[in-house]
Structure formats: structure tokens, C-alpha cells
Design a protein. Structure first.
Length: 161
């Protein structure tokens, strides 16, 4: 009996420690999300004041605290395009696709960023993936056709038009 209660008390102690660890982890995540939100708000203020470099830095900090912060990635991707940092914009759009794989407008933005960086083969694959998703209108197919035109693949372009 004494052996059972000793084993039980060890298990109980381990459960308490794990519970405290989980509570601490949740608290740290909540603090990180607050820091991410503060940096996101700072970025909006800096962007309003035409400090695009500062806004981009604040958005990167927000993403550091909350890697899955969709709006921060979206704003950073668009800022990177304004700052002519095409490769960085592509990375952010790719992250957005990871976060929301069925978001057609984000895939279109990614394809456009790839095409503007003369990465036509990647843009073709992105526009094809976008056209395979449920969508309204013909934007993915039109963008695909124009990408084929830029890559001098006239037959494929005609098929898409």
C-alpha cells in the first residue's frame, strides 16, 4: 500500500509540474501575441507616416512574435513590393499560401510577384494552382496566359485565352 501511494505521489507531482509548464507556455504565447499586435499597430502608424522601412521592420518584429500572423505577412508582402524587394515579397506571399492554401487572390499576388522577378516557370505553376482552386471570374487563367506570352509560349497562351 505504501509503495502504491509513493508511486501515486510521484505521478501527482509530475502532473502538477506538467500543468504548471502548460500554463506558463500559454501565458508566454499570450504575451507574444500582444507584442505581435503592438508591433503590427506600430507598423500601421509608420506606414501612415510614410516610413515604409520602419513599417517593414515593425511587421517583421510582429511576425517574429507570432509567425502565423496572416495580416502581418500580407502587409509585409505588399510593403516589400513597394520597396522593390521582390524576393522578400515572394517569400512573404509563399508564407501566406502556406497559411491559407485555398486563398486564390494571394496565389495571384504570388504569381505576379514571381512574374515581375522574371521567374516565369514558378509563376506558371502558381497560376495553374490558383486556377485549379474554386474561384469566380477568369483572373487565374488570364494571368497564366499572360505569363505564357511573356515566356514566348504562344501555343499555351492561346489555349488559356
Amino acid at each position: 500500500m505504501r509503495e502504491v501511494s509513493h508511486t501515486f505521489s510521484k505521478c501527482l507531482f509530475a502532473a502538477v509540474i506538467l500543468s504548471l509548464s502548460a500554463i506558463t507556455d500559454c501565458s508566454a504565447q499570450a504575451i507574444d501575441k500582444k507584442k505581435a499586435l503592438k508591433n503590427f499597430e506600430l507598423a500601421q502608424m509608420l506606414q501612415f507616416n510614410a516610413n515604409l522601412q520602419g513599417a517593414a521592420s515593425a511587421l517583421r518584429q510582429a511576425i517574429f512574435y507570432n509567425h502565423d500572423y496572416y495580416e502581418a505577412h500580407l502587409q509585409l508582402a505588399n510593403l516589400e513590393l513597394k520597396l522593390r524587394e521582390k524576393d522578400q515579397a515572394v517569400k512573404e506571399f509563399q508564407e501566406l499560401v502556406r497559411l491559407k492554401p485555398t486563398d486564390v487572390p494571394v496565389r495571384l499576388a504570388l504569381g505576379s510577384a514571381l512574374r515581375s522577378g522574371n521567374r516565369n516557370q514558378e509563376a506558371v505553376a502558381t497560376f495553374k494552382a490558383a486556377s485549379a482552386l474554386p474561384h469566380t471570374g477568369s483572373e487565374p487563367e488570364t494571368q497564366l496566359a499572360f505569363t505564357y506570352l511573356e515566356a514566348d509560349e504562344l501555343e499555351n497562351a492561346i489555349n488559356e485565352f
